[in-house]
Design a protein around this ligand. Sequence first.
Ligand code: ATR
Length: 272
Amino acid sequence: MTDRYCVFGNPISHSKSPVIHAAFAEQTGEAIDYSAIEAPLDDFAGAWHRFMAEGGRGANVTVPFKEQAFALCDTLSDRALRAGAVNTLVVGADQDSTHGDTTDGVGLVRDLFHHDVVLKGRRILVLGAGGAVRGVLEPLLAAGPASVLVVNRTAAKAAALAADFQDLGTIQGGGFEAATGQFDLVVNGTSASLAGELPPLPETLFAPGATAYDMMYGAEPTVFLRWASGLGAMPVDGLGMLVEQAAESFLLWRGKRPLTESVKYGLRLDLQ
Ligand code: ATR
């Protein structure tokens, strides 16, 4: 019997998740069918419950449904509670209840690990204070950095976000002008790259050997990554994070952690 999974989004036609999970299934020998479903903007819960009734075992959730998915869960992981959003739904053993989790932050941390980026004891700057950033702060802080500074166009949002994570480590928030000094890792979690824009930041931002990470990816480096590599930082885009968060979801569903390197390589080739 083939177990059914899917990714919900709107729009969803460009999602790479079906290709990624098909590769994981082949590698691990798991019999799963994984599709992409465009849920109606105003009725995510209806789409999920239909999928469950048809035998669905779990799902990934992407833009714009991560908060709606969070709201319908019967149980939630601690990291999902912190994020206020979920990207992974798991049907309970009773076939009737829904567990929610978020694997984006683990995906980011694991991708950084694969790039040999050390987090422990380092200074981290995070750009942006929206849902994407909220979803990754818990695993970033758990990795034991010396400090995390969150800066955002709307400074008050960054300050509020930092306040929500105070108990997990040394974290502060402010406007872009607060980004002074040097950082070992700068993570761009704004959607500015979508508009080809660069947040206003000083050119002295990167410590020697620093890494610049953009949660976005594409065939070409983002404007942020081009700027950062011009200043001597190692640029890393978000393609690896996409594959790592998928692997973590696969682990939650199937109890097996797939290898990710060849899948990342295949996606990178497809982008060219
Ligand atoms: P997501 O779920 O992708 O995080 P979001 O919650 O809408 O989306 O957040 C988008 C983030 O990108 C916010 O931090 C936003 O800054 P504001 O809070 O000030 O709106 C940031 N952002 C979007 N466009 C930007 C730009 N051109 N320059 C700088 N920051 C930008």
